[in-house]
Write a protein that binds this ligand. Structure first.
Ligand code: CMP
Length: 137
């Protein structure tokens, strides 16, 4: 059993896709182990994406992530880190496989509806960034 962090980004919330995205996970047999809705502060978004701090898109990414509420979840299941990445599709919706969340609903590389941890180490950091152990069911 593995855990990963998923975020429905401000564009997903704005487009009223929260229920549909959660259904995609649940229909794939993935369990929602924790969930909260938040508007991130600038420092929270910067800290979350600190690995990208030297990338040219960092400033815009942070602005986007604080532009509205997000839904932050811990997903649980077998191989859920890689399965979630398959379900989300490629970062760039133009390259995302048909039927994936990003192919269906994302507009751009930045406004791409969902975030998912990319490795066990990242998942551990990202889950701990937003959730304490007693918040995970
Ligand atoms: P995410 O999976 O949340 O991880 C980092 C985010 O940075 C990514 O999704 C995109 O939203 C954003 N991102 C990655 N590459 C680019 C890019 N070339 N231009 C703009 N945003 C990007």
């Amino acid at each position: 059993m593995e855990r990963t962090l998923s975020i429905i980004k401000p564009d997903g919330v704005q487009k009223s896709l929260v229920g549909q995205v959660i259904s995609v996970f649940e229909n794939a047999g993935i369990r929602i182990a924790a969930l909260k809705m938040r508007r991130l502060s600038r420092s929270e978004a910067e800290g979350f994406y600190y690995v990208h701090k030297d990338r040219p898109f960092f400033g815009e990414l942070v602005e986007f992530m604080i532009s509205g509420a997000v839904v932050i979840m811990v997903l649980e299941g077998q191989n859920v880190i890689s399965r979630n990445r398959e379900i989300m599709g490629a970062t760039d919706p133009k390259e995302a496989a048909p039927g994936t969340i990003r192919a269906r609903w994302a507009d751009t590389k930045q406004n791409n509806i969902v975030h998912g941890s990319d490795s066990p180490e990242t998942a551990k950091f990202e889950i701990g960034y937003f959730f304490s152990s007693i918040e995970i069911c």
